[in-house]
Write a protein that binds this ligand. Sequence first.
Ligand code: 5AD
Length: 371
Amino acid sequence: MCTSVQIPQVQSTSTLLPGQIQSLLQPIARDDIDALSREAQWETLLHCGRKVFFRGIIEFSNVCTCDCYYCGLRRSNRGVGRYQLAKGEILRQARWFADRGFGSVVLQSGQRRDPRFVGFLTDVVRSVKRETRSAMLPEGLGITLSVGEQSPEDYGRFFDAGAHRYLLNIETSSPRLFRRWHPENQAYDSRRRCLEYLRSIGFQVGTGVMIGAPWQTAADLAADVAFFKDMDVDMIGMVPYIPHPAAPLAAVVVDTAAVRQRRALLAIAAVRLVLQDVNIAVTTALQALAPMGREKGISFGANIIMHQAMASGCRKRHTLYNAKPRDDESNPDFQKALESRIRRLGRMVGRHEWGDPPHVFHRQALLRQSA
Ligand code: 5AD
């Protein structure tokens, strides 16, 4: 049943209370959804401007030492062929993105903490920075890493090599849910501490949660938004949960895909209202869940689109969740059509720019003022 909600008339939506956030995330009437979308777009324009940035994702390995109960890449899934791209292939993909005007790439893999992996990735980061310099991008591509929990020393190595952003999903801000979604050797506190290390090292820090996963309530999700604000993060990815048959949590019945998608969109809007000047990504899961996922994400307050452009054979083996990619993103016609749909939303695509979140500059200015 839909209830009618009012977007609270407060001076600044950044001060919404958890109860008010929660009311935005419950099933609400069509008119209210439209009003929320308009408000979120307005806040995006106000705080982040018209530009939408693409991030080229390079999924360089699906080897993972973790056994998360929801993930298709979990260690115990013997049904997936494991791969690791060679440095030359990663560089080829990075150049492909740079040549097409992308300002940043995300290097993503399963979690490994062995010295060989750390050494390999440090070298790759250095090489990508060096080899993607151009007149348009004098400092090379912006690099975001997404390789899970690592030691502070190793995070420092990646930072010194030239990566300046890091994505580490908290998955849920509820320690109770975190315990139910992960095996015992993965701890909520350790994940949270990693986010703190990343910030203290100087990374722009991104995190995100799964939406619609088993046992999660609207109150949990509202607490997640408040958590992002408390942690003062710079980038957010709201990930609709998509059950994977090789993961134990798939046995638990959840809401329909349509409900999970709608809730993810409402959550994006709530994050935009409360955090205002952060970058919010349309995650690949949101793109996979429904047609026009990117455009819907943008019209609910996102300003970043994740792009898996390389038609590489490995793509099929990077199966975090059970959904087929809907679009051939490496097809120039698809890209052109997407850009024209973005323009129709009154937005434009940022090219040859890193597209850092304005929040970072605002925080730095505040720090300078208080120094
Ligand atoms: N559904 C949606 N997202 C998932 N992830 C892993 N498994 C799933 C799933 N079944 C996401 C998690 C993780 C990221 C790498 O992929 O948020 O942090």
